[in-house]
Design a protein around this ligand. Structure first.
Ligand SMILES: [Zn+2]
Length: 304
């Protein structure tokens, strides 16, 4: 699936996300650029955990010496291929900053499989654990302001209310509002549709807005990710919800924060890493430094 992505280099997930602002999210659905092939992970290298080294001073930028060149290559590639790298303002970074240090999700349950309250909560816990792996990369690093970033699921969208087997009101429930062939939470509550931050038309107001969708589709292989959220197979997510690393979700969250794909090139001197689909099943040191590098280049927009 990876090879069948559109060949335009600029149409990375992020570029797709930017384009989708103009063209609608179908752009993203139509370009499964972010497919992982689990069978290719058999030989994924096991990398040592990052050393627990000294606390990095606020302004420090000190990647390991062997990563300096590949990180530079990646950033120059991003600069030359993203259509609006520095003007785009709906990265995951922007969403968290707008919220003051949290992220809100809506689940698009694109399946007829029933969901118990227990499964609902386990899906939330799994999403939180995976999202937090990326946030842990940033804690205490280079003026990133948040040691922890709470992940809230504020809504579920479903075709049929009876699919959701709970009666409490812990989340907002949206029934049979179909867009892109799948249930969606109210656009009035979604950041993708209201990037001015005005949620006055959202019934629950800003507190019940969602920044990203966790779009779980029955029978869907691989994944997709962008500023709008992440899309995965519902069976894959449910079956791997207790895994330490839900690697397709991790990869797609990487896209939501601007990280690129590496289908057609590899930075010098680095082996397998998460954002090179199929070559690693967890966030590697190189992924972590690419993530930090994105923040380094974006943080001036926040006066940091
Ligand atoms: Zn990808």
């Amino acid at each position: 699936m990876a090879k069948r992505r559109l060949r335009v280099p600029a149409l990375s997930a992020l570029a797709g996300a930017a384009a989708s602002l103009l063209l609608g999210t179908s752009v993203l659905i139509a370009s499964p650029a972010q497919a992982d092939t689990p069978s290719r992970l058999a030989g994924a290298p096991v990398e040592p955990a990052a050393p627990a080294g000294p606390v990095v001073a606020a302004e420090d930028w000190n990647p390991p010496a062997n990563l300096v060149q590949p990180l530079d290559e990646v950033w120059r590639h991003v600069e030359s291929t993203y259509p609006d790298l520095y003007g785009f303002r709906n990265y995951g970074w922007d969403q968290i900053m707008a919220n003051g240090g949290s992220i809100n999700y809506c689940v698009r349950w694109d399946s007829s499989a029933p969901v118990s309250a227990t499964l609902r909560d386990e899906i939330h816990e799994a999403l939180t654990r995976q999202f937090t792996k990326w946030m842990d990369v940033m804690a205490g690093h280079n003026e990133w302001p948040y040691d922890e970033v709470p992940v809230n699921i504020v809504g579920w969208a479903v075709r049929d209310r009876s699919t959701l087997q709970w009666s409490d009101d812990s989340v907002d429930i949206y029934v049979n509002d179909i867009n892109e062939g799948a249930p969606q939470c109210a656009p009035e509550c979604g950041r993708f549709f209201n990037q001015n931050g005005d949620y006055s038309r959202c019934p629950g107001g800003a507190a019940r807005h969602y920044d990203m969708s966790l779009w779980l589709t029955s029978g869907f292989g691989g994944g997709a990710g962008g500023d709008w959220g992440q899309r995965l197979g519902s069976e894959y997510f449910v079956n791997s919800r207790h895994n330490a690393d839900i690697h397709i979700l991790l990869h797609e969250i990487g896209h939501s924060f601007g990280l690129d794909d590496f289908y057609d090139w590899t930075p010098s001197g680095v082996g397998g890493f998460l954002m090179k689909a199929g070559s690693a099943a967890r966030i590697t040191d190189f992924d972590a430094w690419m993530f930090r590098d994105f923040w380094r280049h974006l943080k001036p927009r926040y006066g940091l």
